[in-house]
Design a protein around this ligand. Structure first.
Ligand SMILES: NC(=O)c1ccc[n+]([C@@H]2O[C@H](COP(=O)([O-])OP(=O)(O)OC[C@H]3O[C@@H](n4cnc5c(N)ncnc54)[C@H](OP(=O)(O)O)[C@@H]3O)[C@@H](O)[C@H]2O)c1
Length: 140
């Protein structure tokens, strides 16, 4: 499969890219700097130049792929709300071009809210999903 990976140069992404390429998939990684470009090429991936803030770039990367793994995140804890907002917009942008195609969109999350007070398993859904909280829609 052709997989578009955001955050492909990160802690999680670099391991995911290695696994995907070893399994025979074709990876195109989002890169916002020359350093990221070099890292992706060294890893055997193709490059999709752009940043999380460029939603058109995210849409074009997603629409050209057979699936998306979204691992980029602005780990700026001085403005976490803005980082989370950028994450929502990025997921909405990529989701909008995948919607109805049957192509997968994989995102990450933390496990703190999964099963408070007990052992969490793969059968658990997040508290938000269990409560049926409406998903926020964003203008694009
Ligand atoms: N690591 C964990 O234990 C853990 C646990 C739970 C959830 N998660 C989630 O898993 C995801 C990946 O985490 P990680 O630990 O791999 O993070 P990381 O090592 O900090 O990597 C972040 C990635 O995002 C990219 N990025 C950041 N800002 C960007 C921007 N403005 N435009 C484009 N790319 C940008 C970085 O690219 P550059 O190379 O250019 O900096 C890097 O590839 C995150 O959503 C994180 O919250 C991680």
């Amino acid at each position: 499969m052709r997989i578009f990976v955001t955050g492909a140069t990160g802690f999680v992404g670099s391991a995911v890219v290695r696994e995907l390429i070893d399994a025979g998939h074709q990876v195109k990684g989002l890169a916002r700097s020359d350093k990221a470009v070099a890292a992706l090429i060294a890893a055997g991936a193709d490059v999709h130049r752009g940043s999380l803030d460029d939603l058109d770039t995210l849409r074009s990367g997603a629409s050209a792929a057979d699936g998306v793994i979204h691992l980029a995140f602005k780990h700026d804890f001085s403005d976490f709300a803005a980082a989370a907002e950028a994450d929502i917009l990025a997921i909405d942008a990529m989701g909008s071009v995948l919607e109805g195609t049957g192509k997968p969109l994989v995102v990450t999350s933390g496990t703190l809210m999964l099963a408070p007070g007990r052992l969490g398993t793969e059968d658990d859904a997040s508290i938000q999903l269990r409560r049926g909280a409406p998903r926020r829609r964003r203008s694009r």
